[in-house]
Design a protein around this ligand. Structure first.
Ligand SMILES: Cc1ncc(COP(=O)(O)O)c(C=O)c1O
Length: 409
């Protein structure tokens, strides 16, 4: 990823919160503004130019994921796309009032499901995960019912990096006739992901197994405040935003033309490099994980050691608060997160870490590095020096064995 915007640089290790802006995305947005923005629904020539920009970006997003352009609905981001998928599919499909989600879904998924529970009388089954954050296909099979409308499981978790076997989970949902949505906000930016309807079309994973998939522009190095829901056109979908009838009547509101252009450019560039970038990120991630585990007393990896996002290294550091580690790293020019960005600043331990069986006092020591680009050994040593100093300062007990199930070391 070639970030050029503010916050980019070798010390920026928080790509899962927001990836550095790509030069191509910036250029695409500037081109819209420099040409003079117009409403993409206006009939004059300037409006037609804006419409062309939106449709070109739609084509780029579709092509990147093996989708058809008609399957791409632009939204204001991942949160809105998740809300539209869950409420829109559930309310449009009077199959039953039962939903299944995993215990480690992003809050925008979980809270949308809870909204349906609270306001529309849906029943919600929350499927547990194992100590690595994996959802067991058998647990999903057990939760599904003849009246289940929708299964929603994130392709990868932003806090712990664990990637799910979505095809297997989806197969169980299909067997009972339930729809499947996956929040691919984190996975799609760093792994080859496909929305192609037929197996083997444009890559196979998760491919034909899902009915709807969420994307967020800023995780690809595009602008914030733009995203998309990929959804099969044959499916009835109840809109959330009513009004002008944009986006096939499914998402009213004047399109964010420049933002959509930036999103399209970022996704196209990301898709072209995702395979090679993933390999390079994995090498850096593995070096960072190995060094932190060896050299930082009390450090343990969270999430799945193998089935995880390429640039994602998340830890707990026993006896030290994640916030204090974050502040110390920031002072050393290294931008990271404690857990997810949206949970930062809250004092409660992360529900995701608790769902893994990590004790609350250990969960509050969470620290997450998400690499936009490979990092060098010097950066890894800088990280280790800061963490060791913080552990020493906190008087943490070095090398002590972890409680069983607290985290994977
Ligand atoms: C997995 C996941 N889903 C959804 C979102 C929400 O996306 P946005 O903040 O763009 O609305 C995020 C943001 O971090 C995320 O990590």
């Amino acid at each position: 990823m070639t970030g050029g915007g503010a916050g980019a640089g070798s010390g920026y290790l928080d790509a899962a919160a927001t990836a550095p802006l790509r030069a191509s995305a910036r250029a695409a947005m500037l081109a819209v503004w420099d040409a003079g923005q117009a409403n993409a629904s206006s009939v004059h020539a300037a409006g037609a130019r804006s419409r062309a920009v939106v449709e070109e970006a739609r084509g780029r997003v579709a092509a990147a994921f093996g989708a058809r352009p008609g399957e791409v609905l632009f939204t204001s981001g991942g949160t809105e796309a998740n809300a539209l998928a869950i409420t829109g599919l559930a309310l449009a499909r009077p199959r039953g009032r039962h939903l299944v989600v995993s215990a480690i879904e992003h809050s925008s998924v979980l809270e949308s499901a809870r909204f349906l529970e609270r306001v529309f009388g849906f029943e919600l089954s929350v499927v547990p995960v194992d100590a690595r954050g994996r959802v067991a296909p058998e647990a999903v099979a057990e939760a599904l019912r003849p009246d289940t409308t929708l299964l929603s499981v994130g392709l990868a978790n932003g806090e712990i990096g664990t990637v799910q076997a979505i095809g297997e989970l989806a197969a169980h949902a299909r067997a009972v006739g339930a729809l499947v949505h996956t929040d691919a906000v984190q996975a799609a930016a760093t792994l080859p992901v496909s929305f192609a309807e037929a197996p083997g079309e444009a890559g196979a994973w998760p491919g034909h197994s899902v009915d709807a998939m969420t994307l967020a522009s800023h995780k690809f190095g595009g602008p914030q405040g733009v995203g998309a829901l990929l959804v099969r056109t044959r499916l009835p979908l109840e809109p959330m935003l009513h009004g002008g009838g944009q986006e096939r009547g499914l998402r009213s509101g004047t399109e964010n033309v420049a933002g959509i252009a930036g999103f399209g450019a970022a996704v196209a560039e990301s898709a072209a490099e995702v395979g090679t970038q993933a390999l390079a990120l994995m090498a850096s991630r593995d070096a960072l994980v190995a060094r932190v585990r060896d050299a930082v007393p009390g450090a343990a990896l969270t999430g799945d050691p193998e089935e995880r996002l390429p640039g994602h290294a998340s830890f707990t550091v026993r006896g030290v608060s994640g916030e204090s580690l974050l502040v110390a790293l920031d002072a050393a020019g290294l931008a990271v997160s404690s857990g997810s960005a949206c949970a930062a600043g809250r004092s409660e331990p992360s529900p995701t870490l608790l769902a893994l069986g990590i004790a609350p006092e250990v969960a509050q020591s969470a620290l997450r590095f998400t690499l936009p680009d490979p990092i060098d050994d010097e950066t890894i040593e800088r990280i280790v020096r800061v963490l060791r100093a913080e552990v020493a300062r906190a008087g943490a007990v070095g090398g002590r064995a972890l409680d069983e199930g607290a985290a994977l070391s």
